[in-house]
Write a protein that binds this ligand. Structure first.
Ligand SMILES: [Zn+2]
Length: 212
C-alpha cells in the first residue's frame, strides 16, 4: 500500500471527513475537521497514524468546527487557502496559508492544493495519488452553492471547467458531503453526467444556477 485514505461521514450535515496519509512514515492529514474530533483521533490511533497536518477546503463551520479540539491533541500544521483566512472564525493557530499549486508533504506523499473559488473565495481542492478531495466545490452530480456570502457563480464555472479540467478522467472524486447515492465517483462519470459540468458556456451555466 502506498497511500492511506479513510472516509468518515460525521455530524448532522452529512459531512465527509478524510484521513489521508503515508503508510510508510505513518503520518496522516485530516481533511475538513467538522464534528467529532474524538472519532478522527481514535481512527488515526487505531491505524497507527500520527496526525501531522490539517487541510481545510474552506472555512464554513461544518468543515472546521472541531479544529481547536484537534489542535489541543496534536501539533499539526493547518493549511488553508490564503483568500480564505479572513473567513476562518475559529482561533488561527498553526496556520500555513496556501496558494494554488502549493504542495503539502505528509510523510512520503505530496498533496497539491488547487484553488477553486466559487463556493467561497478561498475554496481549495486537494489532489493526491489520483484522487481529488473536493470540499464543497464539486459534488457527485452537483456543485457547491454559490448563493452564500462570498459565493460567486462565475468563479465556480471557471473552477469547474478550467482549474479542474486538467485532471485526468480516471481521477477518483471524494466530495465534502455525502449528498449522492454513492460516496465516491470519478471525474469521467461526472464529466458525462453531472449537470453542472455539461454547460458549453458561462452564460448557460449562470442561467441554470440562477434559474432563469
Ligand atoms: Zn461550505
Amino acid at each position: 500500500m502506498t497511500f492511506y485514505l479513510k472516509q468518515m461521514e460525521l455530524g448532522p450535515m452529512q459531512n465527509f471527513v478524510y484521513l489521508i496519509g503515508c503508510p510508510t512514515k505513518k503520518e496522516a492529514a485530516v481533511v475538513d475537521p467538522g464534528w467529532d474530533a474524538g472519532k478522527m483521533l481514535a481512527e488515526a490511533e487505531r491505524d497507527g497514524m500520527k496526525i501531522t497536518s490539517i487541510l481545510i477546503s474552506h472555512a464554513h463551520f461544518d468543515h472546521v468546527n472541531v479544529l481547536h479540539e484537534l489542535l489541543a491533541e496534536t501539533d499539526a500544521k493547518v493549511y488553508l487557502q490564503k483568500e480564505e483566512v479572513p473567513f476562518l472564525k475559529v482561533p488561527k493557530m498553526n496556520l500555513q496559508p496556501t496558494l494554488s499549486g502549493d504542495k503539502v508533504r505528509v510523510g512520503d506523499i505530496e498533496i497539491e492544493c488547487i484553488h477553486t473559488p466559487g463556493h467561497t473565495p478561498g475554496s481549495q481542492c486537494f489532489h493526491v495519488d489520483g484522487r481529488l478531495i473536493s470540499g464543497d466545490t464539486l459534488f457527485i452530480n452537483a456543485c457547491g452553492r454559490t448563493d452564500l456570502p462570498g459565493g460567486d457563480s462565475e468563479q465556480m464555472y471557471y473552477s469547474l471547467t478550467q482549474r479542474l479540467a486538467r485532471l485526468p478522467d480516471e481521477t477518483l472524486l471524494y466530495p465534502g458531503h455525502n449528498y449522492a447515492d454513492r460516496p465516491t465517483s470519478t471525474l469521467k462519470e461526472e464529466r458525462q453526467s453531472n449537470p453542472f459540468l455539461l454547460h458549453p458556456s458561462l452564460e448557460s451555466f449562470l442561467m441554470m444556477i440562477r434559474g432563469f
